[in-house]
Ligand binder design. Sequence first.
Ligand code: FAE
Length: 533
Amino acid sequence: MSFNITRRTLLKASAIAAAAAPADAVSGQPAVATGGSNRIAIIGSGYGGAVAARKLAQAGKQVDLIEMGTDWEKMSPIKGRIFTTMTSPSARSMWFKTRTDMPFSYLGGMDLVNRRIDRGAGALDIEYFANMKVYVGRGIGGGSLVNGGMAVTPRRSFFEKVLPQVDAEEMYNVYFPRANSGLRVNDPAMDVVMNSPWYQFARVSADQAKRAGIGHVMVPNVYDFDYMRKEVYGQVPRSALDKQVIFGNDYGKNSLPKTILKEALATGRVNVIPMTEVRSIERAPEGAFRLQTKTIDFNGNLIENRTREYDRVVLAAGSIGTTRLLLSAQGEGTINGLPDAIGRGWGPNGNTMLARRLRTRSGWRQSTIPVMGLSNWDDSTDSVFAEIAPFPAGIDLRTGVYLALTNNPHTGTFTWNRGSQKMFLDWGPSHAEPSVRAAQKFFDRINRANPGTGYRSDLFEKHKTFSDYFTYHPLGGAVLGEATDLQGEVKGVPGLFVMDGSLIPAKIGVNPFVTITALAERNMDRLVDAQRF
Ligand code: FAE
């Protein structure tokens, strides 16, 4: 406790000093020219990119928002829909794949779930590493297009352990409330959750956990539960109740293009450049950043390769995308002075997934939006926060599915290989083992309290009971205060900023986008106040 008070006092003192000092002294970075004429690029349009775009545009700056994926708001509907359901995928579902690759790929141990699809610039992508598949969203809105919308503010005690370099008092008083309101987070509608057939799967799992003395918590979401209630009564087109989520939602979900990005675009100062991947970043001798970009059409045909020049660059390409751009610039020597900390402090947010035979009906109709979590979280390495996830297969599999978030002490490191021009990750089953152990202890207790129930080992690769090879929640790679200063400006490279999940070291104990948003809000406030743009 005394540490916290001292730290907070120090942070307050430095904030007061910041308000009075010239820009270079504020950030501790070498001075760069400031003024209205700067050319600013934001790379990536997920949570970090959206907050950066809105803040800069509202501060009167013109920005280019460069995104490798599709501008889904501008796509024409096919049979009334922009996005596909999980059971009828198409080229719009996945990023240039000929077959879907779902987290649950197997039924009865056989690959019965995935479907052949045409290649296209679809909404869900997977970044493959030796022992880890990282699911990410592609398109204007990033992960907000494909995620489950679970909007959870972390326990303050855990936040303080993970990010002691950040003033928690300010985060919990100012930035978490701002993030929740900007993202339009709302609480689940209890009438829908407690009575509708679409949430039988959640009620059954919560009942079984209760028998083991484990309580459930209701989990807020960005999906509009008033809309969902109308879906239940058949008054509006169905989305969550019609198997839409990881390939995108047409209705009900307040993804970033409906919230923060919409506000950013309303300023008229954000120039959206979709279907354009930043392939590399170089610092020119006179100090500007040169981005090599590649623009394609939906089918992957090349439109143009181009060099674009900017004075300030905000990296918001997500934990994997941002880390790759920084590591390649370091490895290829296109930016000098990048810190050694780049690539370090990565983790899958302690993710491990599992499924249980419930011995009772879980419902053939299942909403895709999770609303309950099971928790024993006490910040120890036994801690588990398990979202009760749907399995909307269209038949009653009498199965409970869970995404367990754990407090895994391990971190992974990315390195750059010049020969292959690729990034490698040192992460394997031994790194994931503490997550599996904590989840197993937790769910063994629930199984014991419910005779006849048990694990399913026929849904994951290699008949695994606990998935230890994929994540939805990549975090770290350019950690705040280590690879960057305390506001997100890359150490040793003034004018280059990181503003996404790579700032958070490895885990945060809950689903991460509220924290990513709140931290970006905090950092952007500080950077704009300090005239770093
Ligand atoms: P992110 O949203 O990934 O945005 C990065 C953007 O940069 C993307 O649009 C990329 O296409 C783009 N990009 C990458 N590289 C380049 C490049 N070189 N050039 C141009 N553009 C580039 O980053 N989190 C929750 O809190 N609750 C949930 O319920 C939840 N469910 C999830 C379910 C799924 C299936 C998935 C995949 C994720 C889920 N997440 C959830 C995680 C959440 O979406 C993720 O933490 C955030 O989206 C990360 O935000 P960032 O701003 O870091």
